[in-house]
Design a protein around this ligand. Sequence first.
Ligand SMILES: NC(=O)c1ccc[n+]([C@@H]2O[C@H](COP(=O)([O-])OP(=O)(O)OC[C@H]3O[C@@H](n4cnc5c(N)ncnc54)[C@H](O)[C@@H]3O)[C@@H](O)[C@H]2O)c1
Length: 356
Amino acid sequence: MKKLRVLLIGAAFSADLHSDAYARIRDKVEIVGICDKKLDQVEALANRYGFTGYTAYDNYDDAIAQCDCDLVDICMPNFLHHDVAIKALNAGKNIISEKPLATTVEDAQDIVDTADRLGKHVYYAEDWLFAPAFRKALAIVESGQLGRPLYVRARECHCGSHSPFAQSIKFCGGGCMVHLGVHPVCFMLSRKNNQWTELTAMTSGGGENNMVHQKMEGEDWAGAFIRFADGTYATLEANYVTTGGMEDILDIYCEKGCVHVDLSFSGPVKTYSIDGLDYTVEKAEITTGWSTPAVDEKYNLGYCGEINHFVECAMADKDADVGLRGVDGLETLKVINLIYKSAKEGIHIKNPALEG
Ligand SMILES: NC(=O)c1ccc[n+]([C@@H]2O[C@H](COP(=O)([O-])OP(=O)(O)OC[C@H]3O[C@@H](n4cnc5c(N)ncnc54)[C@H](O)[C@@H]3O)[C@@H](O)[C@H]2O)c1
């Protein structure tokens, strides 16, 4: 079988998540190029996952122009997604884009339109859709055994992004809602085929109005109420004021029962450490005392399923599933921008696409 040739652009945190997944499917994939302006990070990433025979680049224009690859995987800061995506699509490559698809709706639309015009695929990296525990919860709900779903509550929260780019709206596109809330928003939209009817939201406002992160331009707390065309309601939340590790939580209430999933802290391993462990779960500030060390965290957060799906789709020259296409990244960003509009202007918003 001919392997899919992947060029990784970015060699930091999210590239590590993706690399772990690629390393598990070496029979299907070959990493032929890795690009980051910090070449020491390229080398460290390759060493960590045993990638050999790749070319290292410190400039993504050169990487896209020179690397003989099938798929470009964009693990760059948000504000660069658009430029890298457009260049890679124009070079005839399919792309994976980390979330959010872009920092503005206009740029996200441009990515989707360019891919359509060139007959290329945009794979939008929404890992929540592959987290095994979330999939199990959805399978139970979709089996109908709990009756009709009525209300969903979902959130991703932690103590703040490690990325310097997350501090500025220009570089990031917003605050915690665009950085973390992007997951529950995309998850819900994909389940409901983007058929939301109305939303209302509040945020902490950003800057000095924030609860904790007053040097950050974007908000450090955001919550939205959304209603869908089938009558389901959802509360979707993101914040940077949560200590103790990253929370990825989903509650689904149905007519005859409910499902609760806690991706980070529901593992089977419990430890008590006086001196502290070297790692327990993502974003945990301390590891002393009682902890729940994650078991195969990257797999359980969905990255392996996500990357495997994209590799198989690219090999078959087809689109990804609903929720994982460029257009889903675009719809997610549109809704997040309306969440910001609702919060800023204090207004309730109806979906213009379903009006009239
Ligand atoms: N799905 C998830 O759970 C998840 C988790 C973390 C990050 N992300 C996303 O992944 C993306 C990358 O975030 P990150 O935290 O991995 O890293 P980051 O945003 O801090 O930076 C990524 C890398 O890009 C490199 N870089 C920056 N500008 C460059 C340029 N002009 N040329 C070459 N290299 C350049 C940096 O050196 C860095 O190593 C973001 O869009 C983020 O939203 C997703």
